[in-house]
Design a protein around this ligand. Structure first.
Ligand SMILES: *Cc1c(COP(=O)(O)O)cnc(C)c1O
Length: 411
């Protein structure tokens, strides 16, 4: 893995992975990846709240800007605390490099916009988070980029869409928010590479713990770090991971000059969050599995969308590319929107909130909140019915979550 530049003042304790002795387990990397201690030997990672950096001489500044000397230049370009977060996440993901951003949407926008020019074409999966849809369907077309959405997983539909040499990006959200639809990453990546396009995966719903898209042929991964990476409802953040070639030659020139960078303070919060991410996400995944099973057998529930259920229409692909069904599910209630609102209002443990991936269980009504912006037609096209709720399972005890839902569904 390529290390970020370090100014001379740092000591990086050598660990077995750095000296190629053995490959550390992701759980170990999540607390030790990217560690770069200052000369004080602090155990907790240092927070460098600084916008700029000083140089010993005018010549040293010149050499630093000419890339002849290792020195931080300005926190819009890079910052030592942000660099620890980026290295740690890259190590966990198995990516060559990572660039952190201020939100998931700035990561999504930069990862795609840096790859396209007027006249280029994008192919995307049809079911996705509403702001990502707005970027693809409304913002990029204003700049002469054309976009086509492909529904579902049928290889012949993807083959038909991926026959255009102008296609530069294939953007996939899998599992999708809020329908939990699955796209076969390997199948689409093979077809995309045949036309010379890069595959960008929105891996937010799976989290870095439960899906490793690079191992299935994808080229670039983007995250909202706001979700499972922080996972404790504190800060916004984002990240883009990929090859050294993509990050250095395509992404970095774009983000350094457009400025969607992550603040050092938020990077410090997020890199501490990575230390517990595996434990949190695995427990949330267990809770989601238990709740999905409970809801599936409830008489008032019309349908449950959860990748971890054997009844999911793409269960075979889930098995191939995911390490668990995830922390989030959606379900439809019999009795219409009013019955759903009554049930949501009756919950005593689970909160009504439009965030997800949080240690607190959260429920929302996508049609009127997160996906409201899409309007009824696009919502219907994506299958987002007025009777649908999205439920993100947190770290509470499973028995309290099931009791809360059982009580609320009986009102
Ligand atoms: C939340 C979310 C985003 C955007 O992330 P922000 O941090 O809110 O900007 C992108 N994609 C998916 C799937 C999301 O759930």
């Amino acid at each position: 893995m390529t290390r970020r530049k370090r100014p001379w003042g740092y000591s990086t304790k050598s660990h077995p992975a750095a000296s190629n002795q053995w490959e550390l387990h992701p759980d170990t990397l999540s607390v030790r990846g990217g560690l770069a201690r200052s000369g004080f030997g602090e155990t907790g990672e240092a927070l460098y709240l600084t916008s700029g950096f000083t140089y010993d001489s005018a010549e040293a500044a010149t050499a630093s800007f000419a890339d002849e000397e290792e020195h931080y230049l300005y926190s819009r370009f890079h910052n030592p605390t942000v660099a620890v977060f980026e290295e740690r996440l890259a190590a966990l993901e198995g990516a060559e490099l990572c660039v952190a951003t201020g939100s998931g949407m700035s990561a999504m926008f930069a990862s795609v916009a840096s790859l396209v020019s007027a006249g280029d074409h994008i192919v995307a999966s049809a079911s996705m988070f509403s702001s990502c849809y707005v970027v693809l369907a409304e913002i990029l077309p204003k700049w002469g980029v054309t976009v086509e959405f492909v529904k579902g997983n049928n290889p012949s539909n993807w083959e038909r869409a991926l026959n255009n040499a102008k296609t530069k990006v294939v953007f996939i959200e899998t599992p999708s928010n809020p329908m939990l639809e699955i796209v076969d990453i390997e199948m689409v990546s093979t077809l995309a590479h045949n036309v010379g396009a890069l595959v960008v995966i929105d891996n937010v719903m799976a989290s870095p713990v439960l899906q490793k898209p690079l191992q299935h042929g994808a080229d670039v991964i983007m995250y909202s770090a706001t979700k499972h990476i922080d996972g404790q409802g504190r800060v916004l953040g984002g990240a883009i991971l990929g090859s050294e070639d993509y990050i250095k030659n395509t992404l970095q020139p774009f983000v350094r000059h457009t400025g969607p960078n992550l603040s050092a303070f938020n990077a410090w919060i997020l890199l501490k969050s990575l230390e517990t991410m595996h434990m949190r996400v695995n427990k949330m995944n267990e809770n989601a599995t238990a709740v999905a099973e409970f809801l599936s057998s409830h008489p008032n529930v019309e349908s449950v969308n959860y990748p971890g259920l054997a009844s999911h229409k793409d269960a075979a692909i889930v098995k191939k590319q995911m390490l668990g069904g995830g922390t989030t599910l959606s379900f439809s209630l019999k009795g219409g929107e009013s019955a759903l609102f009554a049930a949501m209002n009756a919950l005593q443990v689970i909160d009504i909130s439009n965030n997800l991936g949080d240690s607190k269980s959260l429920i929302t009504h996508p049609a009127s909140t997160t996906h409201r912006r899409l309007g009824p037609e696009v919502q219907a096209e994506m299958g987002i019915l007025p009777t649908l709720a999205r439920l993100s399972l947190g770290l509470e005890h499973e028995s309290d979550l099931i009791k809360d839902l059982a009580n609320a569904l009986s009102v």
